[in-house]
Design a protein around this ligand. Structure first.
Ligand code: 8YV
Length: 314
């Protein structure tokens, strides 16, 4: 009986290793096929390997009586019911650190692209508008602009370090001030947004941060303010965001994540002050390979020693 179960579509090289080294079956995507599958495989499963896109909910945990660990590919684990896992004493691992640089690089790329309107200018050239229309409208300066980071964890700090090198004064808001941080702490997300030109969302997803960036925060950022989100779509009130962007009450947004991925609000598709990415922030060959290795290291350590290399904090 298989000890390891794959939940969701994973990077092909990872799925291959799970199949060849661990004989891991894949949970059927079709709910109708799951009952029979789980009756056959469920009782033996000790470890689920999944990614941030799928996770393990309370219902699935209930069908896996021997489940002891959920090994995740990705730093975010908001799709797994953490409370249900804690109740059962099920351990969870993620892949922190190895993706920090690439996610921070993407945040900076989105900030530059959005504020300088590079993607919009590229479209302008491609459609042959340059000879006919002349110069594109002037954009906004990135260097020296006031930057607010929402969530000063590993990724938030890596974004801050990068933008400090651009001469940007950095402030941040987290649940509590980060000891030893050289950056200015804002007591709330609204206060932070009101004091910056660019707000970068880098906080963890999940129930604790849902709509942390609500209409009030976006209004505080204002018609000259820019938003970059490399965290989770759930952190931002997407309806309010679309409303303010369409009506010109927010200057622009660079988004790698959305509330209902892979669906992007239709109203954003025609806007030139918005840069839209398909959740690719960690998507480099090097980083995804490192994530794969760390995922397998967690799995192996659990199966051999009953502990994880990178357990998520309690
Ligand atoms: C991955 C991510 O694309 O690490 C995360 O939390 O969102 C991304 O790095 C994703 O987890 C893979 O499905």
């Amino acid at each position: 009986m298989a000890r390891v179960l794959q939940v969701g579509t994973l990077k092909p090289a990872l799925a291959e290793r799970l199949r060849t080294s661990y004989d891991a079956p894949v949970l059927p995507a079709d709910p109708a096929a799951r009952a029979d599958f789980l009756a056959e495989h469920g009782p033996g499963v000790e470890v689920v390997v999944t990614s941030g896109r799928y996770g393990v909910d309370r219902d699935l945990m209930g069908r896996l009586p021997a489940l002891a660990a959920i090994v995740g590919f990705g730093v975010g684990y908001d799709t797994t019911d953490v409370a249900a896992a804690r109740e059962r004493g099920i351990a969870i691992s993620n892949t922190p650190d190895v993706l920090t640089d690439c996610v921070a690089d993407t945040a900076v790329g989105l900030a530059i692209d959005t504020m300088r309107q590079l993607s919009a200018a590229d479209r302008f050239v491609r459609r042959g508008a340059w000879p006919a229309r002349g110069d594109v409208p002037l954009a906004r300066r990135v260097s020296g602009s006031r930057v607010g980071i929402l969530g000063l964890g590993r990724i938030g700090q890596a974004v801050a370090v990068r933008l400090e090198a651009f001469g940007c004064p950095i402030s941040y808001h987290s649940r509590r001030p980060v000891a030893g941080s050289p950056y200015v702490y804002a007591a709330s997300a609204v206060e932070l947004a009101a004091s910056v030109d660019l707000l970068v969302v880098a906080t963890a997803g999940g129930a604790g941060s849902t709509h942390l960036v609500d209409r009030a925060v976006l209004e505080a950022l204002g018609p000259d303010g820019f938003l970059v989100n490399v965290a989770r779509g759930s952190v931002v009130d997407e309806d309010a965001l679309v409303d303010l962007l369409v009506s010109g009450r927010l200057a622009g947004a660079g988004l790698d994540v959305f509330a209902r991925e892979p669906h992007v609000p239709e109203a954003l598709l025609g806007l030139d002050n918005v840069v839209l990415l398909p959740h690719l922030a960690s998507g480099t060959v090097e980083t995804r390979e490192a994530m794969l290795e760390l995922t397998l290291a967690n799995l192996e350590r659990w199966l051999d020693h009953g502990e994880l290399v990178t357990p998520v904090p309690a």
